[in-house]
Design a protein around this ligand. Structure first.
Ligand code: NAD
Length: 449
């Protein structure tokens, strides 16, 4: 995970945060990439046009319901106070409580949160899970802070959020730069705010907790596992055996590392990967388990002995049938879409592909399994965790895995059918299915008062 608890304060990262990361050639700043909310809106509008959604429903979904920005002070290890900026954007709660991750990143911003929150609404509606969509986080580089500082940032942020989150209102989860430990700190802080008698009934305030602290078996690997279910369904449909296939993963955090381990177990070979510090490749194969041990020790895939360092440009030109973006958004632009030499892009990350780049990929005959479907395994198992907490139950890992498998394959089949019947690309089909569910509910319930 990005915020490895023992990572020491990194002066370079602190500098980057204060300068709002203008980009240094290899890792491009979000500012230089364009506005994520505008890109999400263009995808949404394309789907609205394709499936013909009611005008009023369109305008409700075009903007989030609530946008919260909180500036809060935290005492750092040097004794000085530092002001942090936190966000929580609640896009829609028509089908159930707001649900979505908390991201710690130096370039976190409101428009990014708005896009990510909207995608959560479509992801949960697509799966017919009784949740809405939200996203939030803190504008801070987690690599730049000690464990104690991260704990104080998390607890202070949770306290400042107060009743803006709640176990039946808005339920956070991990995302980039946060992990199980972050969720446990959030849960513990919230439990201690509500008072003794309520304490144990609010453990479902967050999902993605550790198993020892009321999390679910199977949540840690859920997003990577859901992604691999989608890839194996895609491969099955194409009559394309995964045994011996080469694959490439951008980002080796929670999603990327689990996807890599599971695909390797099926006989596929990891030939390239990379993270915020650099890219590596080995045509003979990289052992994802050993690589993960290296990342746990050093915080990055860079300098891994079992592969050679390559540039970002070389990374996107690597040969491999499956390409998995599992880092940040907007990493696949037009040059990358022209360079990729794969048969399928399976979007582990949220919003990794620009619309113009997606068109290039599709024109080149490269399939795209879109984020709202491909990375939805995490929210599916988050829902199972929330249910277990609510019922005071503990489900076996095999039970969680089976339920995830069934739901991913069912939703994949629904999307395939919907896309074929209407001759739509898969992203538009995912949105179409989700939007029709939302529209139907608005039509039945109307708008109060
Ligand atoms: P993580 O923090 O565990 O890992 C992120 C990885 O991306 C790290 O390896 C990091 O070094 C790398 N990275 C960061 N900046 C980069 C850059 N500029 N260039 C290349 N690599 C970079 O996060 P995660 O939970 O694995 O999330 C990854 C993506 O998956 C995000 O888009 C997130 O929104 C999405 N996602 C995560 C979950 C989940 O359950 N964790 C669920 C759905 C979607």
């Amino acid at each position: 995970m990005a915020n490895d608890a023992d990572v020491k304060r990194n002066p370079k990262a602190v500098k980057q945060e204060s300068e709002e990361a203008e980009g240094d050639g290899e890792s491009r700043s979000l500012k230089s990439r364009g506005n994520l909310f505008e890109i999400a809106t263009s995808q949404f509008e394309r789907a609205l046009d394709a499936v013909g959604i009611d005008k009023e429903v369109r305008s409700i979904l075009a903007q989030p319901k609530n946008e919260l920005i909180i500036n809060f002070p935290v005492r750092l290890d040097d004794g000085k106070y530092h002001m942090f900026k936190g966000y929580r954007v609640q896009h829609n709660n028509l089908l159930g409580p707001f649900k979505g991750g908390m991201r710690y990143h130096q370039e976190a911003n409101l428009d990014e949160m708005k896009a990510l929150a909207a995608w959560m609404t479509y992801k949960t509606a697509l799966h017919d899970i009784p949740f809405g969509g939200a996203k939030g986080g803190v504008k801070a580089d987690p690599h730049a802070y000690s464990r104690g500082e991260l704990e104080r940032i998390t607890r202070r942020f949770t306290h400042a959020l107060g009743n803006n989150i709640g176990p039946e209102w808005d339920i956070p989860a991990p995302d980039v730069g946060t992990n199980e430990q972050t969720m446990v700190w959030m849960m513990d802080t919230y439990m201690n705010i509500v008072g003794q008698s309520e304490k144990n009934s609010v453990r479902r305030i967050v999902t993605g907790k550790s198993v020892t602290s009321a999390g679910s078996y199977g949540r840690r690997e859920a997003t990577g596992m859901g992604l691999v279910h989608c890839i194996s369904e895609w491969a099955h449909e194409r009559n394309f055996p995964l045994d011996g296939v080469q694959f490439i993963v951008q980002g080796f955090g929670n999603v990327g590392s689990y996807a890599a381990k599971l695909l390797t177990k099926m006989g596929a070979v990891l030939v390239g990967t990379g993270d915020y510090r650099g890219y590596i490749s080995n045509p003979e194969g990289i052992n994802p388990h050993k690589l993960q041990e290296h990342v746990a020790r050093s915080g990055s895939v860079a300098d891994y002995r079992g592969a050679k360092a390559i540039s970002r440009e070389e990374f996107f030109s690597l040969e491999g049938d499956i390409f998995i973006p599992a880092a940040l958004e907007l990493e696949i632009g037009e040059p990358e879409a022209k360079a990729l030499r794969c048969k399928v892009v399976a979007e582990g990350a949220n919003g990794p592909t620009y619309p113009a780049a997606e068109k290039i990929l599709l024109d080149r005959g490269i399939d795209v399994i879109p984020d709202v479907l491909a990375n939805s395994g995490g929210v599916v198992v988050s829902y199972y965790e929330w249910l277990q907490n609510k019922r005071s139950e503990r489900w076996d890992q095999s039970d969680v895995h089976q339920r995830l498998d069934r739901r991913m394959r069912r939703t994949f089949a629904n999307v395939r059918q919907y896309a074929a019947a209407r001759r739509l690309d898969w992203r538009t089909a995912c949105y179409g299915l989700a939007l029709e569910r939302l529209e139907q509910s608005y039509m039945e319930r109307g708008i109060f008062p």
